[in-house]
Design a protein around this ligand. Structure first.
Ligand code: A2P
Length: 279
């Protein structure tokens, strides 16, 4: 597996395994299957409620800690310095880890429109910086932050190293990607398959046939060619493996731009500044 190199020199495997909705009971075996399939970058979050299962799977794998890259996130209800610190410690307990590879603030707002969120977010970011300086985490970043949420953080002594957003063909959030890439913030993509909605898209199906790949592999390759780290989810060992087999082909420039120019297909409906009901 190749790596992206973050702004502080830390290496992050180019594809991660997304664990959102990995079921409680089956969690350990599903994450174990992902590790068996070859994933070394595992993305979880306090909100997912599966950090304990992820931790157990990591321990059971017997893989050396140095080969693993583990991300977790501070949920939006834990914005603020003290809450962020407590959230981090609780996550580490559940994961059973001494040091985390990447800590992200999950959302920039407690609720869309909350006037206190910008100040709380900055407090949370100061907690992240402290944990980083103390060596508890190897890298820090954010998730679902748009450029205007990032600007205040860029004024602090440590800029976010990663921003993880929803990204897939038909929803590429170009303004945020361009802004982050200009500021040397590594992008990561949640739902790189558009929660499977993109897999029946006529262009992606056509390209899949032409490249001898699946539409999912086309989506994952597209994210990589945008310089973005895809975090696909799958519960099936066969599809987990398939989603890693994307380093043996490249999209032609014309096909890359065809995908990049797809008409907007929309998103999952989650946005830091918009209530769900307003969609
Ligand atoms: P499954 O768990 O049955 O594999 P995203 O990561 O964009 O949120 O998409 C996750 C969805 O895509 C899940 O429903 C998952 O179903 C499905 N999926 C993941 N990988 C593949 C694949 N290679 N082919 C088809 N569906 C896939």
């Amino acid at each position: 597996m190749e790596d992206f190199i973050l702004s502080n020199g830390v290496r992050m495997p180019k594809i991660g395994y997304g664990t959102y909705l990995v079921e409680d009971d089956a969690g350990v075996s599903v994450v174990k299957a992902a590790l068996d399939a070859g994933y070394r970058h595992i993305d979880t979050a306090a909100f997912y409620g599966n950090e304990e299962q992820v931790g157990q799977a990591l321990a059971a794998s017997g893989l050396p800690r140095g080969e693993l890259f583990v991300t977790t996130k501070v949920w939006r209800d834990a914005l603020g310095y003290d809450r962020t610190m407590r959230s981090f410690e609780a996550s580490m307990q559940r994961l059973g880890l001494e040091q985390l590879d990447l800590l992200l603030l999950h959302w920039p707002t407690r609720e869309p429109g909350d006037p206190e969120s910008p100040a709380l977010c900055l407090e949370s970011w100061r907690a992240c910086i402290e944990l980083y300086h103390a060596g508890r985490v190897r890298a820090i970043g954010v998730s679902n932050f748009l450029p205007h949420h990032l600007l205040p953080l860029l004024e602090t002594e440590v800029s976010p190293m990663v921003n993880q957003i929803e990204f897939h063909p038909g929803y590429t959030q170009q303004a945020t990607v361009d802004f982050c890439q200009a500021h040397n913030i590594q992008m990561a993509a949640w739902s790189p398959l558009g929660r499977a909605r993109m897999l029946a898209d006529p262009l992606l199906t056509e390209l899949a046939g032409r490249y001898g790949k699946t539409p999912a592999q086309i989506c994952i390759r597209f994210a990589l060619e945008c310089g973005i780290c895809p975090l696909p989810k799958s519960s099936s060992p066969e599809r987990m493996r398939q989603n890693l087999e994307v380093f043996d082909f490249a999209l032609s420039p014309a096909d890359f731009w065809r995908i990049a120019s797809l008409p907007p297909v929309g998103w999952s409906g989650l946005h830091p500044d918009r209530p769900r009901a307003a969609l």
